[in-house]
Design a protein around this ligand. Sequence first.
Ligand code: NDP
Length: 400
Amino acid sequence: MSDDAKRDDGPAEKATPDPFEGLSIDFGGGPTDAVSLNGNGGATASPAPISFGAPISFDTPPAAPVRPKTGGPVGGPDDGAERDENRTKMLIIGSGPAGLTAAIYAARANLEPIVLAGIVPGGQLMITSDVENYPGFPDGILGPELMAKFRAQAERFGTRVIDVDVERVDLSTRPFRAWARGIEYRADAVIVATGASALWLGLESETRLRGRGVSACATCDGFFFRDKEIAVVGGGDTALEEATYLTRFATKVHLLHRRESFRASKIMIDRAIAHPKIEIHTNTAVDEVLGGAKVEGLRLRDTATDAVRDVPMEGLFVAIGYRPNTDVFKDELEVDEKGYLVVRDETGSKIEGVFIAGDVHDHRYRQAVTAAADGCKAAIDAERWLESEGISEATTAGAW
Ligand code: NDP
């Protein structure tokens, strides 16, 4: 991830909040392979309301659902007589910021999209606490609340969101097809926005204390750890980069790596070694995260001798890599050496009519706002492609 991407959140000037105060989300039910990536932790106290001088009138849009002009389920271009609720002009797979933004745009273009949202819909923001770097929310917003708003906005314009995991796709012929819970969905265009998940150590205590001192995103949560002693686990570039970033906030950052040699680039290692706030511990594995309501320590194991010791610690950042959610697309679309989808011409894929948006291809920025922007671009490109194929009306100019 680029330095720039991580440094634009600017939380450093704010007052220090209690890192765990106000966090009331139950993280226990979330998937073990997902994590806060796109939010940014921060103060729960509300700043003074912003005044723009004069009262603002935005011509408030109606809160009631806005039905697309065409109304009803889409039957596709070639089956006007019998309508099939599982046939759509645009199928969106994934329901994080990219997928739901694509849905908002597609719905407003009268494409009546179907979103196959996953059985844990909403993406990684669903297990994020405060999001402070998503524009438009000066007081911050909880990740799940933000995603509920995305979804409500998509549904308001006629998106059908179905909370199912896609098990299989066939993108070799048109209409494209996807299967979930035994139901076949058919679409003229598809947007893949399935995201990427951070990897976790797999400890029960790590899952339990996620959002309570355990994190996988320094950009998102570093601000919570001002003046605290924390640890980062991992030996790749992400771990080294996160450790360096976290020295802005923490009094000390312990870098824990299970082997003697690092996978990270030399320049990152040299920077960490030279940093007065970073202490490197090689041959060190985390066996347990200690603490009841929040992280209070770590049980560490020397991987050379198997000796175990408990150390006090106020936070743990897990930085052991990411896994793009591309399993069902591997045989259909191009993936790079890290497993991410390969994009052509901004949002396209090797298959005409199949578009890609968000973290499933973007391993550089991994932010909610960049994923949302990507979803918007993919929807516009898909809609234009549908127009060019004569499948949808030419609504582009006015629909967005
Ligand atoms: P990597 O796969 O490179 O590294 C993962 C690290 O986590 C390894 O050191 C690995 O240990 C360790 N690890 C994996 N599983 C466990 C586990 N269960 N317990 C303890 N440790 C574990 O992932 P990164 O996210 O660091 O990097 C991914 C890619 O992104 C790389 O190509 C990297 O270069 C790139 N990147 C580039 C950056 C930049 O240029 N600024 C910044 C961040 C990433 P082990 O070594 O023993 O396998």
